[in-house]
Write a protein that binds this ligand. Sequence first.
Ligand SMILES: Cc1cc2nc3c(=O)[nH]c(=O)nc-3n(C[C@H](O)[C@H](O)[C@H](O)COP(=O)(O)OP(=O)(O)OC[C@H]3O[C@@H](n4cnc5c(N)ncnc54)[C@H](O)[C@@H]3O)c2cc1C
Length: 408
Amino acid sequence: MRESIKEPARELPVTDTCDVLVAGGGIAGVSAALAAARNGADVLLLEREFGLGGLATLGLIAIFLPLCDGRGNQVCGGICEELFRLSIVHGAEEGYPVPRAWLENSPLEERVKQRFLAQFNPVYFALEMEGLLRREGVRILYGTQAAAVQVEGNRITHVFVENKSGRSAIRARMYVDCTGDADLAARAGVETALFGDKNGLASWYYYISGKKKVRLSMFGLADVRPREADSGQKGTNESADIVSGFRFSGVDGPELSEAVQQAHELMLLDMGKHVREDKEFAPVAMSSIPLVRMSRRICGASTLTVRDDHREMPDSIGMTGDWCKRGPVYEIPFGCLYNPGIVNLLAAGRIISTDDTVWNVTRVIPPCAVTGEAAGTAAAIASDVTKVDIDGLQAQLARHKVLIHIQG
Ligand SMILES: Cc1cc2nc3c(=O)[nH]c(=O)nc-3n(C[C@H](O)[C@H](O)[C@H](O)COP(=O)(O)OP(=O)(O)OC[C@H]3O[C@@H](n4cnc5c(N)ncnc54)[C@H](O)[C@@H]3O)c2cc1C
């Protein structure tokens, strides 16, 4: 039997209260917090690191994948488009420059030629998002891990947090899980599922070369098993090399730590190869959080599957295209954002309820922003996810320029 110890019960201070507590400040969490604040809620955003953007910025995943369907139609609007524009407000990186056809409202024949995507500078993007949230009244609490929850009946009453001050509790009316790993949901006893194929190693970094230009090395670019790939962008071909046979779930502490160390080791070897070819090569920054694609998700009231391509969803809260294939469009049902077992908890980002195939579609930046905005809006206007007025939610999202249904 595994050795165990009973932690003594103790009195904890309730250090904060709010209407909406968002756990995790990645793209989903930023979008959720912004939407909830714009809908009148007092919002507290918890982030265990000391910057916003999660994988997109601290992980150096600096490519804002397409907001379009690959056939010239925009499918992601609202906060997603706002964040897209913010990400390149200081200019786009040369890997994927500004998609002028989209930003200048060019005709369809121009828009089909390039997908609505860009490569951004993650430092600017993280700082701009922080400024935006502060201006909009979102309270950000950095260095704070949501460690556990207290559940009474079908509601979370408190989230227990750990930070430099020690352990305390925070009380909210509604909670939004944007941790990327469904930490709140799992701790609350909500049914969750792990990605069947686990994760391969990846470790993106920036380097400077002889030309004194800083470039992004997408080391461990492709992972998901090959399927028909046509991203309309160079470099993201799914058949690219997988860097190691080591696979990890993303929710096992020691295994995750080992994965990061193995990725670092391989990254160092990769850098060694570059140095042999280019004496002026020097790495300048590496991802500072683990690069995890799909770990744990909620099992929601609805589950999006690959058969839902172009299917009308009456409770759609927004759409996404498929980043690696032109054509597919998914309307995302509100039911993918909650499990009725806990009525004051919503999920957003790479943890919404999907099958393993569509998960690879919904985990990327645009759908994370779309589901974040919907979850934050719902959390601000409702107190029970099973009783949300869907027409009212859709109308509110539409007012904020969210694209909800496929046109035509
Ligand atoms: C190798 C790789 C390549 C990718 N390539 C692309 C790409 O080119 N383009 C693209 O659009 N997408 C890409 N993605 C996917 C995309 O970057 C992420 O899936 C997306 O940004 C996830 O956003 P999120 O907000 O759901 O989660 P995350 O970005 O994971 O954010 C979760 C946040 O929550 C915080 N957190 C976690 N647990 C807790 C806790 N318990 N308490 C408090 N805070 C917590 C984390 O620190 C983090 O900031 C890639 C992903 C990987 C791994």
